[in-house]
Ligand binder design. Structure first.
Ligand SMILES: C[C@H](O)[C@H](O)[C@H]1CNC2=NC(N)=NC(=O)C2=N1
Length: 101
């Protein structure tokens, strides 16, 4: 079933429950800071596993002690959809265990 673009209002309402996440252009984005490069790398691996589980994949960038995500839905013409919000929620949940903030 095709996934539909969310409206601007829907995105704003959903972002209210995802502190740190924001809409940059047509993508949901967030950057996390971690305590070490190894910790950041482990978080990237964990996110990659969740992305395969959801079959939904962000642009995922590993820095020295940072992890950055940018996600939209290719199959919805690059719009933000519920799948992007679901990925953001899952990453928020796992971020605590990695002491990312
Ligand atoms: C075939 C596979 O289901 C699609 O290519 C999936 C994979 N991951 C995806 N990720 C994102 N961000 N958008 C998509 O439309 C998408 N589609």
């Amino acid at each position: 079933m095709p996934v539909e673009p969310l409206s601007q209002k829907e995105i704003e309402d959903l972002l209210a429950e995802l502190p740190g996440w924001s809409l940059q252009g047509d993508r949901l984005t967030r950057s996390y800071r971690l305590g070490s490069h190894a910790a950041a790398t482990a978080m990237v691996v964990h996110i990659a596993q969740v992305q395969d589980e959801l079959d939904h994949h962000s642009e995922l960038t590993l820095g020295y002690r940072t992890v950055s995500l940018s996600v939209h839905t290719h199959s919805a013409g690059g719009a933000v959809t519920a799948k992007d919000v679901e990925l953001a929620r899952r990453v928020e949940e796992l971020s605590a265990g990695h002491r990312a903030h």
